[in-house]
Design a binder for this molecule. Structure first.
Ligand code: SF4
Length: 482
């Protein structure tokens, strides 16, 4: 048994809820990250489950091999390059590097235009050996699909459920490659840079009938260990100026009925993760947490809105096994929170911490953004003061991110502060807190890279290939992206 086989079988043994049978049409689902991340990515798992629900299809998966080996499937150890049809799920900008690494390690040209040039003699979709068709989707596509579209042959922009079935039905008709691309291009949300250039289609939104996404499996090797993930809603009614989930972009919150969510959860997993931007505002959140506690299942939530973290909800979550609630302030001061329409006050944040302390939670995690437009040292002093008051009640984990302006949001054209200024502000926060909170912080220089990629074009996709060939480090990005 090779190293790959033993690693893959260990991972498969850690999984429950899914059985793999080879079928007529075979699809390769690719995650540009580790197995632990893939097994905790609800979008990736939802696509896996949906394709396998079609009797004539089976899916094998591959992830980025941490030892740099050519990708092989987890299920059978088959080389990824054997599969004519790949589906990639991309969550955030820096994963674009791993998309390039995966393709290059499989011996496949990472640029869609270079693959096109090699396909001259190939006729049918299912004849694609060595030059597979690469379809990509995932959360990144709703922010900016252009750099990804230089790498993938077809990008599904937005939520994939409305077109996934049509793409598979097209493939089942055994079309020529050109027929498949021509038909796919006419489906909503499908973006072929080869013909549509730098102008992607509108972002697709799933119908309520397609919801909720749920995982179909759980694994002891997932980042969310042994946790069954299910969404309670999509989109957000919030209006935060920095966020690509804000209601004008996401179409507002679409909540799934509590009973429908509960019906999706199989018996077996010891933990359930309820997923959604506004999970704590779901009208049935108390019903769901109560019911899962009665089933003897621990409940995890992505994060709580501070204005929804009422004592009765926190009490239910404590009984459901939560040890440390997470809340977001997302602005150093009330002035900044108001400017970006966060809709959360200092009083909401302090009350949530007070209630958590009374209920004997072990700690609290607070998300904060540094670098919002117009941020001053006075704003940062207010953040430090708030954190000190919180940490006087409960051990505090302060998770600091640096603003990455996202296209399409009101802050999309803001030019972020340079890395040295951000480092000065972070020092100010550390000095103010004097060890009274655990601080985790995103790297300011990689934030700059993320920003450049978030604003990128098709040409940026080509730059990423060059960066990877130069080693993929920060200096390579500085040289290539300027
Ligand atoms: S930051 Fe949170 S509350 Fe605000 S729009 Fe985004 S998802 Fe909604």
């Amino acid at each position: 048994m090779s190293v790959h086989d033993s690693t893959a079988s260990r991972l498969l043994l850690s999984e429950q809820g899914r059985t793999f049978f080879p079928s007529e049409y075979q699809f390769l689902l690719v995650y540009p990250g580790t197995y632990g991340e893939a097994a905790s990515s609800l979008g990736f798992l939802q696509v896996l489950r949906l394709i396998e629900s079609r009797p004539s299809w089976s899916v094998q998966r591959t992830v980025l091999d941490e030892r740099g080996q050519a990708p092989r499937t987890l299920e059978t150890g088959r080389p990824a390059s054997d599969f004519p049809l790949w589906g990639l799920s991309v969550a955030y900008e820096l994963q674009l590097l791993d998309v390039v690494r995966l393709l290059e390690r499989a011996g496949i040209p990472p640029l869609a235009c270079d693959r096109d040039a090699l396909r001259q003699k190939q006729r049918g979709l299912w004849d694609q050996k060595q030059v597979p068709v690469i379809v990509a989707g995932g959360p990144l596509t709703s922010v900016n699909p252009r750099p990804l579209a230089a790498l993938a042959d077809l990008v599904v922009v937005g939520e994939v459920e409305p077109v996934l079935g049509d793409l598979l039905s097209l493939a089942e008709r055994n079309p020529s490659l050109n027929e498949w691309f021509e038909a796919a291009e006419n489906l909503p949300g499908c973006y072929l840079a080869a013909t549509q250039g730098d102008v992607p289609p509108a972002v697709l939104k799933a119908d309520m009938n397609d919801l909720p996404a749920h995982a179909g499996m759980w694994s002891s090797k997932a980042e969310f260990k042994d946790m069954y993930l299910v969404e309670v809603g999509r989109g957000c009614s919030g209006n935060c100026a920095f966020c690509s989930m804000r209601r004008s972009l996401s179409g507002g919150a679409r909540f799934v009925e509590a009973d429908t969510v509960l019906d999706c959860i199989p018996s077996g997993p010891s933990r359930v993760g309820l997923v959604g931007a506004e999970v704590s505002r779901h009208p049935g959140i108390r019903t769901m947490v109560r019911e899962l506690t009665a089933r003897n299942v621990q409940v995890g939530l992505s994060s709580l809105r501070a204005d929804a973290a009422r004592p009765d909800l926190l009490e239910l979550l404590a009984a459901a096994g939560m040890h440390s609630p997470t809340i977001a302030a997302d602005g150093a001061s009330q002035r900044l929170r108001d400017l970006v329409h966060k809709g959360v006050t200092e009083q909401h944040l302090l009350s949530a911490v007070e209630a958590s302390a009374d209920l004997k939670f072990r700690s609290v995690k607070l998300y904060q953004i540094v670098g919002l437009p117009g941020e001053t040292d006075q704003d940062l002093e207010e953040m430090v003061d708030l954190c000190l008051r919180m940490s006087a009640r409960l051990p505090l984990h302060l998770a600091l991110s640096v603003l990455v302006p996202k296209p399409g949001t009101p802050l999309g054209n803001h030019v972020p502060e340079g890395a040295s200024e951000i480092r000065r502000r972070l020092r100010l926060i550390r000095q103010g807190l004097k060890g009274r909170a655990r601080i985790s912080v995103a790297s300011p220089k990689w934030t700059w890279v993320q920003w450049k990629l978030a604003q990128g074009t098709l040409a940026t996709g080509r730059d990423i290939v060059e960066v990877v060939r130069m080693g993929g480090g920060y200096q390579a990005f500085r040289r290539v992206l300027k």
